[in-house]
Design a protein around this ligand. Structure first.
Ligand code: UD1
Length: 437
């Protein structure tokens, strides 16, 4: 689990325009729940367009501990789930990846019992799981939290009407996965509407569940008996990676094609890019997006929120863009209370950011100043890369393992667009540098 962690730093020489074409990797937030839901199946699941990122490797390790056989080659992941057992997932796995909580629903569904460790807090704020547990209880499970340990057990699972107090993505996913193995129909009100929920429902349908209303606030799911044999599935492009590269072009200027960007999932992001002065258009057949940014970005206002609002995962990237926009921008974070931590690092680069409660007021400068900064979380790390591209001189970013959690090779992608960016360092087993969460 710990090997292959890179104690590496990213070096960027900024102020070069980005030109060319980049292929957008498969979606992290779509593939992880699909991997977890695979344990509901007895047979083989073959998933294509799987990104080669640390979170996928970590989820594979968890699946192996549960008895799955996983083979991952050329972005195709095959999971054989015949030998799965409901063993307790060790703390170390749960700590290194929050998504391990996603196994609660599917393990409960298949074995009527599941044991994981609390994913804990992380650098972007509190990550409670109360809604996950309440949802599973509504299907008849008993849940128990003792210290770090979370147990869910049920004699039987029965479909029910469940109302979520907040459209939590994780709680909706856990509930749908357990409900796919319950007797009867579950009606989820206040469900999350994220595209990743739609992808998960598509997968649950492939396993035989009946699903209606996915992508809306009310989803109905009817449990299925058992699925066997081979199930093939493909995940879409990653809307957050595509949004990160749109942000890179807004900040550094340029003319770029994002092949494989999931156009229909990015309406709100495209609106914001236009507000910031970017010219954006869709490739024929919705095969991706093109963006052109000729002048300095215009200032903008945004507020994050559950889909279809602006994604919290792109808030830090837009903080970096606002730092070089031509005026005063305003960014409100409504999902994770501590997600402005990246502002401190951007300030070291000369950004003018004032934070009051859940709002950042940013007065843009011509360009930032390269210096030594540290990524403290996945998307914050990507934001520092975007800032480095719009900074004079050299930016050196440590904390690369955080970025590797979700970006296959951010340096390869941006260097392919003409950025002066490279990864320098060596492989190590150093635990503290592993980017958990
Ligand atoms: C969140 C994002 C998702 C993103 C993912 C990875 C939202 C709504 N969700 O999903 O788009 O891809 O992070 O960064 O933007 N909460 C509770 N109790 C719970 C669960 C959540 O109070 O049991 C609260 C959290 O404190 C937080 C909010 O709900 O304020 C968002 O939670 P949720 O959608 O569950 O988070 P993730 O599933 O991690």
């Amino acid at each position: 689990m710990r090997e292959g962690i890179w104690l590496s730093v990213i070096h960027i020489h900024g102020l070069y325009r980005l030109e060319g074409e980049v292929e957008i990797q498969g979606s992290k937030n779509a593939v992880l729940p699909v991997m977890a839901a695979s344990v509901l199946h007895k047979g083989t699941v073959r998933i294509s367009n799987v990104p080669e990122i640390q979170d996928v490797f970590c989820m594979m390790e968890i699946l192996k501990l549960l008895g799955c056989v996983c083979v991952f080659r050329d972005h195709v992941l095959e999971i054989c789930t015949e030998g799965v057992r409901p063993v307790r997932i060790p703390d170390s796995c749960c700590k290194s990846m929050r998504s391990s909580i996603m196994l609660l629903g599917p393990l409960l569904g298949r074995f009527r019992e599941a044991r994981v460790s609390h994913p804990g807090g992380c650098s972007i704020g509190k990550r409670p799981v109360d809604l996950h547990l309440l949802a599973l209880e509504a299907l008849g499970a008993r849940t128990h939290v003792e210290g770090e340990s979370i147990t869910a057990q049920a004699l039987g699972l029965t479909g029910n009407r469940v109302e979520l107090a907040f459209p939590s993505v994780g709680a909706t996913e856990n509930l749908l996965m357990a409900a796919a193995a319950a007797e009867g129909t579950t009606r989820v009100e206040g469900a999350a509407m994220e595209p990743e929920i739609v992808v998960l429902c598509r997968f649950l349908k492939a396993l035989g569940a009946g699903v209606r209303g996915e992508g809306t606030g009310v989803v109905e799911i009817t449990g299925r008996k058992e699925s066997r044999g081979l199930v093939e599935f493909s995940v879409p492009g990653d809307r957050i990676v595509a949004g990160t590269y749109l942000g890179a072009v807004l900040g550094a200027g340029g003319d770029v094609v994002l092949r494989g960007a999931p156009v229909s999932q990015m309406a709100r992001v495209q609106t914001l890019v236009r507000a910031a002065g970017g010219e954006i258009r869709t490739l024929p057949g919705e095969a991706g997006l093109c963006i052109r940014q000729r002048q300095r970005a215009r200032p903008f206002s945004l507020s994050t929120g559950p889909y279809p609002r602006f994604p919290t995962d792109l808030q830090s990237v837009m903080l970096a863009v606002a730092s070089v926009a031509d005026g005063r921008s305003q960014i409100r974070e409504t999902v994770f209370e501590e997600r402005f931590a990246t502002a401190k690092e951007l300030q070291k680069m000369g950004a003018h950011i004032i934070i009051e409660d859940n709002t950042a007021y940013v007065t843009g400068r011509d360009c930032l100043e390269g210096c030594l900064v540290k990524a403290g979380d996945l998307r914050g790390g990507a934001a520092l890369v975007v800032a480095g591209l719009a900074a004079r001189g050299e930016t050196v970013i440590s904390g690369y393992p955080y970025i590797r959690r979700g970006y296959e090779d951010i340096c390869r992608d941006l260097a392919g667009l003409g950025a002066r960016i490279s990864l320098e360092g060596q492989e190590t087993n150093c635990e503290e540098e592993n980017g958990s969460f």
